[in-house]
Design a protein around this ligand. Sequence first.
Ligand code: NAI
Length: 702
Amino acid sequence: MSADYSTQGDIAIISLNNPPVNGLGLSTRLGIVHALHQAMDDASIKAVVLTGQGKAFSGGADIKEFGTPKAVQDPNLLSVILAIENSPKPVVAAVHTVAMGGGLELALGCHYRIAAPGASIALPEVKIGLIPGAGGTQRLPRVLGVEPALNMIVSGEAIKSEMLASLPGQKLFDKMAASRETLLDEAVAYARSVADARPLPRVRDLPCKHPQGDAYFQFARNMVKGMSKNFPAPLKCVDAVQAGTKMAFDKGLLNERELFLSLLTTPECRALRHLFAAQRAASKIADVPDDTPVRTIASVAVIGAGTMGGGISMNFLNAGIPVRMLEMKQEALDRGVATIRKNYEAQVKKGKLTQEKYDQRMALLTTTLSYDDIRNADLVIEAVFEEMGVKEKVFQQLDKTMKPGAILASNTSTLDVNTIASFTQRPQDVVGMHFFSPANVMKLLEVVRGAKTAKDVLATVMALAKKIKKTAVVSGVCDGFIGNRMIEQYSRQAGFLLEEGCTPQQVDKAVEAFGFAMGPFRMGDLAGNDIGWAIRKRRYVEKPNLRYSKTADLLCEMGRYGQKTGAGWYDYQPGKRDAIPSAAVDTMIAQHRKTLGVTPRQISNDEIVQRLVFSLVNEAAHIIEEGIAAKASDVDMVYITGYGFPMHRGGPMLYADQFGLFNVVHTMRRFAQNPLDDANFWQPAPLLARLAAEGKTFNNVL
Ligand code: NAI
C-alpha cells in the first residue's frame, strides 16, 4: 500500500508514498484508509497530519486507471475523502510542491490545511476534457468564493499557494508554513493546537453563494462559451458550480459525479486524454533509456540568420541560453538581428514582455562572420539555404572547427540527414532538428534520428526541447520526415478535389468546419505557393508516374504565390489578410477541367474531409510500418502541434481509430473506384489493412 504511517507523540502522520507524484491509484487510496483506521483505533492519537513524500502532496488521480475497474474499486476517492471528513479526530493536510486535481480534493476533505509557499494548486481536469469528480466543484467555491474558484476550475491553471492564501476571506489554507522544510513540524504543532477543538470544521458546511446569483453565472457562461469552442467540459464546470450554489451539498456532489461520468465517454475527452498521454510518450525513445547521460548545452551557435535561423535563436534566448549567429555577410547578420529585435519589441509593446527581459535576451545574442568564434558552442544548428552543396560546405567546416562532443544539428526540411552526417568525421554527433515556421512560435520540433546518431545526442536534444518548450517527436530519415511526407498526400488530394468540381473555398470551408485551423488553400497562400511549386518540380521529375493535379502549378505560372504577391488561391486587398474568392482562379480551374475533359460534380463536405484526412492516415500507416515514426500517437502529436489538426479530434490516427479502421478501409476502397481519383493512392497501407482486418486500432484508446 502506498501510504506510510508514523507517529510523533499524540499525532499520527499519514504520508502518501507513490512516486513520482503520489497519484491516487487504488494502492494509495487503500493506504490512506488503512492508516486512518490505525489512527482512529489508537487511543493515544489525538489528531492526524496527511502529507505526501517526495516531489508532491499529490498530483491527483492515476490517469492510467481511467476507464479500468480499478478507478472505481473501493475505496474510491469520494469514499476516502468522506472517511477523512467524518473522522472523529481532526485531520490536517500539509500541502507542498503540488496539490492538483484529486490531490487538492483530498486536501479539501481535511478539516484543516496548512501549505508551504511555492506549492502549485490546481483543478486541471478540464485540460483532459473532464470536470473535477471528487467534490472539487463543490468544495473549492466554499473556501475561495465562487468566482475565483470557477476561474480555477474552468481554466485548469495552477496558482501558487501564497497567492491563494492572500485572497481576502479565503478559507483554503488555515496557515502558511515558513518553508517546505519546516512544513511537517509546523503541521504537527498545528494539529496539536487544534486536537481538542470541536466541532470539527468541514468545508461542506460552509455557505456557497455568489452575490449576483444567476446573473453572474449567465455572464460566466457567455465568457466560457466563447473560449471553449468544440469542448463540452468548460461549460459543464459552470453548470456544476452553479448547481452547488442551489443544491444541498450531497446533491451537488451527486450532480458533479453525473456530469463527470457523462464527459468521460465523449470523443473530446478521449482526444484530450490521448494527447495528454501522447505528449509524455513522445519524449520516450524505446532504445534510449531515461537515465541516458545528457551533454551539457550552455551555448548555441546558429548558422544562417534568415527566417528560420532568427526564429530558432529566439527559442534559446527565451530560455536564457546564449546564442551566436553566423552568416556569410554582415548585412545578413544585421537583417537577422533587426528581425529578432522587431519581434521582441512587438511583444514589449503588447505588454507580453518586460523591458528588462527584452534587454536580458538581446544581451545573450551575439553575431560573427567567422567559424573560429563558434568553435566552443555546445550545439550548432544549421539553417542555411536548402541545397545539399551548401550544407556540405557548412558541415565540412563545422567538422573542422567545432570542439569534440559538440552536437551538430541541421534544420533541413527535405534533405537526407544521413548524407549531411557523412560530410563529417563524426556522424554520431549529427542530428536533424526540424523546427516549424515561425520557429519561435510553433510548438513542434521533429528530431531527426540519423542512422548513426548517438543515443546521448538524442537524449540531449529531447531534454533541450523541453527546456525551450517544444514538443519533440523523433522521426527517422525519409523525404519530408513525418509531417511533410504526410502533407504531400493531403495536398495531392486537395488538387484532385479541385479538378473534380470543388472550389478552393469549398474545400477550405469543409476542412475548417471539421476543425482545422486553416484549409489547404488558405494555408498555401499564407506559406507561399511557390515553395511547393519548387519542391514539385524536383520531386515529380524524379517520380514521373506519380499523378498530381497541375492546378497549383498553373496558379504559380500566373504569378499568384499567395499573400506575399497579393494574390494566390484567393484575392487579397492591400495590407489585409482576408481571403476573397477569386474569379480568375475559378476560370483557371474551369479551363483546366476542360483540358482534362472533366465534367465537374458536386462533392459533399464529408467526402472532402474524409479524402483529405484519410490521405494523411494512410501515409502515416506507411510511416509507422517503416519505423520512421515509432508509434501512432507520435503522428498525432506532430499533426496537433505542427499542422493545426483539430485538438478535439485527437489527431488523424485517433480520428481514424474512432471512425473505425474497418470503415476507413471500406471508404478508401470506394474512393479508389472514382475514375478521376487515383486508385493507387487509395491502396490501403499494409499496416492499416492488417489492423482493420484484425479489428484493431492504431492507438490503444483509453
Ligand atoms: P532563408 O533564405 O530565410 O535563410 C537562409 C540564410 O542562410 C540566409 O540568411 C543566408 O544568407 C544564409 N546562408 C546561406 N548560406 C550560408 C552559408 N554557407 N553560411 C552561412 N549562412 C548562409 O531560409 P530559411 O527559410 O530560413 O530556411 C533555412 C533552412 O531551414 C532550410 O534548410 C529550410 O529548408 C529549413 N526550413 C525552412 C522552413 C520555412 O518554413 N522557411 C521550415 C523548416 C525548415
